[in-house]
Design a protein around this ligand. Sequence first.
Ligand code: AQP
Length: 338
Amino acid sequence: MSQPQFTPRVFSGIQPSGGLTLGNYLGAIKRFVQMQDADFETIYCMVDLHAVTVWQDPTDLLRNTRELAAGFIASGISPDKSILINQSQVPEHAQLGWVFSCVARMGWMQRMTQFKDKAGKNAQNVSLGLFGYPALMAADILIYHATHVPVGEDQKQHLELTRDIAAKFNHDYGVDFFPLTEPVIEGAATRVMSLRDGSKKMSKSDPSDASRINMTDDADAIAKKIRKAKTDPDALPSEVAGLEGRPEARNLVNIYAGLNDQSVEQVLAEVGGLQFGAFKPMLADLAVAKLSPISAEMARLMNDPAEIDRILAKGAGQAREITAPILQKTYDIMGMVR
Ligand code: AQP
């Protein structure tokens, strides 16, 4: 739906709950960079308040937040073109998050598959924050009146909930205040799967390091993980239909396409008929060529954590120029005395 009254504005975030993975890079960060260089205001966030829905060691959280910021910058996000922040330095996120906890319905939240996946059989023992996570995520987006959110496929349901929350707030108060934000889920690798199990998402908190490629892995580690990635005994097909029922083969082809900015069709036209013994070294070489410059730049940036902190503090100042008036207006609409 086009909403001409709202400035084209992009918001997205990543949790500093571990190191960045190839899934985060292909599913999210590559798109962040493209949108920064298109006709949008862009705000990108290390969502530390989301990370603590699961306990985080404080020393690790500090390091992971700075490393994530370094990963954004090394991948091409410029602090001069985009606002870069960590969520807890912009208090309006959490303040609007509370308002949206009062708008979202229990039934809506209970349908969220990410909560079910993350809580598993342990639902009574996980934090209340993990359950309420999507209401805070809606606030992260809507506190900027963001019109577009680039995300991986796994976040689609949370984006739908964000739209439901915006629509219910607008309806309940008889206003047209929050936009109905569009998800941007594009490219060949919107859902990168585990290298050990083609039915599971590649995730930074998977206990198996062999299941993922970390953005800080060196060339040897990347090559080894790809060599050991689970596959099947057949050759690669020449047509997309031939990937049906072959999740591991599909995943490696998707990764190749995502890294090389190609479609899956283009990749299969080139590699159809090859055995994995021949394709895996090609994929490893490509991954190393694309990721090594990023990891080298991340390491360089991590030598100066004070500079990263300065960038995030400056970003928080810029962000609050947008978020403070939107929160105040929200409170006005709701009838809060100020
Ligand atoms: N495997 C993936 N494929 C494509 N996109 C992915 N994203 C994450 N994993 C993949 C996208 O990265 C962005 C940030 O995700 P997040 O870190 O906020 O949370 P997440 O989706 O829960 O990622 P992880 O790696 O699985 O984190 P943990 O292990 O801490 O839960 C989102 O746009 C997401 O779609």
